[in-house]
Design a protein around this ligand. Sequence first.
Ligand SMILES: *Cc1c(COP(=O)(O)O)cnc(C)c1O
Length: 374
Amino acid sequence: MDTSTLCVHGCAKKFDTTGAVAVPIFASATFAHPGVGQSTGFDYSRSLNPTTVHLEDTVAALEGGCSAVAFSSGMAAVSALMELFSPGDHVIASDDLYGGTVRLFTFISEKNGVKVSYAAPQDIEKEVRPSTKAVFIETPSNPMMRVTDIAAIAAVAKKNNLLLIVDNTFLTPYLQKPFSLGADIVLHSGTKYLGGHNDTLAGMLVVKDPKLDEKIRFIAKTTGGCLSPFDSFLLIRGIKTLAVRMERQQETALKIVDWLLKQNAVKKVYYPGLKEHPDYEISRRQASGFGAMISFTVQDGQTAVRVLESVKIIKYAESLGGVESLITYPMLQTHADLPESERNARGINDCLLRLSVGLEAADDLIADLEQAFR
Ligand SMILES: *Cc1c(COP(=O)(O)O)cnc(C)c1O
C-alpha cells in the first residue's frame, strides 16, 4: 500500500463496531473488567487507550516498525528513551541537534550518570568506548540542515553492537524511512509534521524489535508521559493529510529557496535540496524528498531582527511543520540554552534564521519576505 493511502486510512480500525469512518475518541481514564483476572485488553489509559493505540499502530505502519508508543511531547519521548540507559552508559550524539534534546542530555541525562558525547557524523566511530550503548542522530539536523548518512552510521552501530536512534521529525516517514536504512528506534516530535496544524504537542518512539517495544512500553506506563485520547485523535487527523502537505510544503520551499538565493541581503541558504549542499547526494539517496525546512543567513543581526519583526503572514514563532509558516531565531529560541561558544562553532549566530514553510501560496510567502527584507 502506498504511504499516502496508509496516511488517510491508518491501521485497521480495531475498536469500533459502529462503522464510524473517523476514529472515535475514547475519553476514558479507566476500563471496566468483565471478571476477576479478566481484561478487555484495556485497563487504564496511562498504559493503553484505544484511540492512542490507533495512532501508535498507524505511525508504526508508516515507519515500517513493529510498534510505536505515543508521548505527550517530543521531549517526553526523548526523556523516556533515555530511561533505556543506566548510570555509566555512554551515548554518542551527532553534533547538530534540536536544542531541547541537547538540554535534556546536558542537564538530565548527565545528572543521572549517562554520559553523552557529540561528534560529527564521520567521527562517530572514533567516539565508541566500551561503555557506549547507542548512537543518536537527527537528519536533516536542526537548524543547520546537515544530513547524516543513516546506512553508514547503522553499519558502525551494528559492528559495535549499539542501538541506532534516528530523530525523523523533519522528513517524516513520508519522505524518509530510517528502519529501511538500519535504524533501531525512530523518534518524532509529533507536534511538527505528523500533527501538522500547530494545535497540539506529541511525541513518538517507534521500534522494529518487539523486545525493545516491551521495554519502552514499561518505561512509558511507569513514567506516565502518555498522550491523551483527544490529542491522539488530532494526530490521527493530521496524519491523514501528511502526504499532500509534505508534497506542497516542499514544492513551496524550493520556490522560496530559489528566491532567497537571488537576494543581496541573504548570504547563505541551507537546504539539502540544493546541489551545492555538501550532503545533497546522501539526501537524494536516502530520502524521497528534501522537506520544507530552510535555514539562511542574512548580512547582519539587524537585518535578521528586522525580518523577524516585519513578516506578516509568516509568524515569528517557535516550532515547525504546521500549515502556518513560521520563522524562528535559533540563537534566541530553540538553541538559547547552548553556550555561546558552542553556538558560534555550529554557525548558530545572530545572522541565522530558520523558516518552516507552511501551506500558504508561494507567491504570498515570497511577497511577505520581500516586504520584510525592504
Ligand atoms: C521540536 C522537536 C523536538 C521536541 O519535540 P516537542 O514536541 O517540542 O517536545 C525534538 N526533535 C526535533 C527535531 C524537534 O524539532
